[in-house]
Design a protein around this ligand. Structure first.
Ligand code: GRG
Length: 296
């Protein structure tokens, strides 16, 4: 892939994902709930999880179309987790993706239901829209993995640990487990599911999984850093919240510089997992760098 242009790649993939999301979720009755679901789902965002899924599918020789429903399902689950994370009972945030949060526009009850609706629909889309060229056993494997990533062993468990550790000192090992569940699980399934849909074998999926775990942790470290160094205009959400609620973060435990170095080291380690895949690994290599260098 001579002359690979990441910026162009990201914007083309974002368009592809957003068109598919809009088509999978047209307005229907009862209109308010569809409006609330579409409000957050189509509000922008980097679309990193679907882009990773599509890239790993292509890395192992799969067609883009095979992974589009799963890529969209990942974004639906990610978006539902953001809607619920922003609720007054959780982080109580007013701003997300540069816009008022879902409950600020539609009210708390509708925001809870919009999240529930997106979570359930994600599984319907994967099960019913994945093209017939993909073996049912592979679709089932992806459904099972995504269910696990969203469950109490993944996102839900990570969120619980997060809520329980507010205002308390926690060791770095606990913080790492919290992040592996809250952020890492979905990023890992994003990368590995693309590989499964492409028919990847155990060794290839193992390498994709290790790559994803490393970039997942780097992603969260950068997220913690941006909560200190970012601006609401750039990152589209309130900043300084971690310090305000005395949340343990990588910068609070290790300092800013050490956190930046760790994110860089994890990115380098992630990239070594892709040695041997040749030219096809270029997008995933560039995405690893993007995660560490991003400003939003
Ligand atoms: C999945 C059933 C279920 C419940 C969710 C609320 C909750 C339980 C979990 C919270 C998960 C959460 C909000 C993790 C934070 C992950 C994170 C760093 C989000 C920011 O992701 P970006 O930067 O955002 O990719 P954009 O807007 O670009 O998509």
């Amino acid at each position: 892939m001579v002359g690979f242009e990441l910026v162009q790649y990201l914007s083309q993939r974002k368009v592809l994902v957003e068109e598919a999301l809009g088509q999978f979720l047209p307005l229907a009755e009862p209109e308010t709930i569809y409006q609330a679901m579409r409000y957050s789902l189509l509000a922008g965002g980097k679309r990193l999880r679907p882009i990773l899924c599509l890239a790993s599918c292509e890395l192992l020789g799969g067609r883009l179309a095979w992974a589009v429903p799963t890529a969209c399902a990942l974004e639906m689950i990610h978006t539902m987790s953001l809607i619920h994370d922003d609720l007054p009972a959780m982080d109580n945030d007013d701003l997300r993706r540069g816009q008022p949060t879902n409950h600020k526009v539609y009210g708390e009850a509708m925001a809870i239901l919009a999240g529930d609706g997106l979570l359930a629909y994600a599984f319907e889309v994967m099960a019913t829209q994945t093209p017939a060229q993909v073996q049912p056993a592979q679709v089932l494997a992806v459904v099972a993995r995504l269910g696990r990533a969203a469950s109490a062993s993944g996102l839900v468990g990570g969120q619980v640990m997060d809520l329980q550790s507010e205002g308390k000192p926690i060791p770095l090992t606990t913080l790492q487990t919290l992040h592996a569940k809250k952020t890492g699980a979905l990023l890992e399934v994003a990368v590995v599911s693309g590989g499964i849909l492409a028919g990847g074998g155990t060794e290839e999926l193992g390498r994709l999984s290790r790559y994803a775990q490393k970039i997942g942790l780097a992603f969260q470290i950068v997220d913690d850093i941006l909560d200190i160094t970012g601006t609401p205009e750039k990152i589209g959400k309130t900043i300084g919240k971690d310090v305000a609620v005395q949340k343990a973060t990588y910068p609070s435990l290790l300092g800013l510089e050490c956190s930046q170095n760790l994110a860089q080291q994890l990115t380098t380690e992630a990239k070594t997992e892709l040695i041997g895949f040749g030219e096809r690994a270029v997008p995933l290599l560039a995405l690893a760098d993007f995660i560490t260098q991003r400003e939003h």
